[in-house]
Design a protein around this ligand. Sequence first.
Ligand SMILES: Cc1ncc(COP(=O)(O)O)c(C=O)c1O
Length: 438
Amino acid sequence: MSDLTAIRRDGEPRANATRDALHRLVPRGHKTYTPTQLVVRRATGCRLEAVDGARLLDFSSGVLVANLGHAHPEFEARYAELTQGAPRNCYNAVSPLEPEAAERLIASLDRPQLERVMWADSGSAGIIKAIWAAQHARPDKRIIIATRAGFHGKKGLAGDVTGETSPNPNVRFISFPTTEVDDISLLPDAESRASELAAPYIAELDALTAEHGNDLLTLVTEPYLGAAGSFHPPKWYLRLLSDWCAENGVVFVLDEVQSCHGRTGEMYAYERYGIEPDIVVLGKGLGNGAPIAATVGRAELLDSMEYGEASDTYSGNPHGCAAVTAALDVYESQPIVANCRAMSQRMQEGLSSLRDEFACVANVRGEGLVWGVEMAAVGDASADEVATAAVLACYHEGVHLLGPLAKKVLRVSPPLVVTADEVDEGIDGMRRALRTIA
Ligand SMILES: Cc1ncc(COP(=O)(O)O)c(C=O)c1O
């Protein structure tokens, strides 16, 4: 996007005033580009009301953040109850809300090795703390392995393990299934053919062992490649990495910043994939919109840092911790994850029907309620242009999407409380939108 003017849309005077003010005051590098730049006045459940009156269905949960939807009554009531009278900060004092949230989170994770919690104020900070913990616990090891084309954030070490190349000389990338993943996971015998299919990935790991041996420190990966365009690997792939880390004494860090809290149809994706991380990093849905993340892992690793070595101003603040506890209360009292599973199938059927109907839809990939709709070039328009046009067309049909991933993939990820009628309504809106493009 080279245009230096503010985003404006016809017939939206209030939104345009906000967009103009934003453009004047907040550098655009601070925002992620969305062609719609929806300006929301009020949000309830999966419904968004724009400042100029339009009503949209939230098919994105922000960036997979508002898993419980907006203004969830039980969440908001519990959050208000917990935060009433709570201090605004806990840098040089502590609040009972912090160990309470940690205890609840550890119980929810339900793995013996996930026994300590370090809070963070963003997903990337949580990833950084995970790598710091590994580095402090194993000071004699240097090499950080990351799966190629992953996204772990933009800051510091999190940025170093993101993408395909790194400015950090200690980072090595290994392949993550992408091009072949659909075919593999659709094969009825995919799991039984795992060793054959896994051979090239094993060869990459063997090459790392041969080259770096005892110098291998940690491996950072995510359950599925989100930002790269929604590639969901076969289970054997993540199991291979998990087992290899255990056999080679490599700290296995699983980035569940995006997948946590039900998104894949299990509370945590490691349950779905049958893997055992040494450290898991949680964010986004963890606080249902509150800016809090967590690095949870083995005491042996997380206890390796001294006072102050992983602290910062906001991490573990009482309001963030209250959001964690309030969210867990809702997950434990209501069938949020079961609803995700139930709606997943409906969503898959709906999106697949769009793929069958429209030439501009090249592929549909996903699990739980995190789906990617890959767009194809149409005539002279590139897939990138088609995807941007589709996001805008969906907006005009009342469906709010996340702007294209990897330039050509529409992200469909409604709050996990979405109803069957809302799934159908969203698919119908997308169908009307795609008719204007195909
Ligand atoms: C898988 C994953 N890890 C890490 C991050 C970084 O989180 P944050 O933007 O909160 O720093 C993201 C954000 O999109 C993510 O999707």
